[in-house]
Write a protein that binds this ligand. Sequence first.
Ligand code: GLN
Length: 283
Amino acid sequence: MSPSVDVTVGVLALQGAFNEHVQLLRQAAQILASRDNAVKRRWAFAEIRTAAELAACDALIIPGGESTTMSLVAERSGVLEPLRDFVKVLRKPTWGTCAGLILLAESANRTKNGGQELIGGLDVRVNRNHFGRQTESFQANLDLPFLRNPGGKGFDTKADPFRAIFIRAPIVEKVLPVVGGRQEREVVIDGTVVAPSKPVDTAVVKDFHLGDVEVMGVLHGRAAALDEAAKQRLDAEAEDIIAVRQANVFGTSFHPELTGDPRIHVWWLEQVIREVDQRRQAN
Ligand code: GLN
């Protein structure tokens, strides 16, 4: 393998907080490069608005914003189907934050019929705007054990928690049985939209294994961040699923791009490198 590998990471730039992601990706790449024995990588971080730009990407981030608007703009600009192919057919690494997580879910609640298209890829049902309106946004300290990266150079979020912002955030309210396609059982639930199924291209993606949805992060005792009235209404012990991964797709309910903490971006770029190297070796 060549010591210098070019990796192109796109950030979908149709709407929302895409610029913030690009900044954090740059910081994350610097952190990776500064590590001992780091293999030199030449990164390109690109804003993505068209199918042609998407085709050049090895991996993609879908930012926070407004998922309904994003899906409408994607459809109008002819990038919705290419996005579905990127995630579900080519199975390239994709990370969605907040609105991005909604778009990557196979099923979503509280969506107007006909008003929302999903990309899919994660066998979960998300509940949009789970915590209420914009004014009910809050911050919370998270422990994200996957960042510890046992044996590696991870980050200890127990000692130094990840400060996360939740703005009209979705949560994963249900992990769905893995069928790897259209969630037929979900179709019949009122007010729920589902993503269309797409077969994996096994000629490009060899030995693909979908696997189960992994819960990567939960929000404990959200009540700590709430006012007295809200505390009365809510179960302080409730645990909301706010980070998940399945095969090539990763999703978070919150906005790491708005707090300027690059630790999740560092971790995710490491996953991207692994995937890109594997693909290049296989082909
Ligand atoms: N509630 C928004 C939606 O449905 C997501 C909010 C966000 O990305 N901050 O798309």
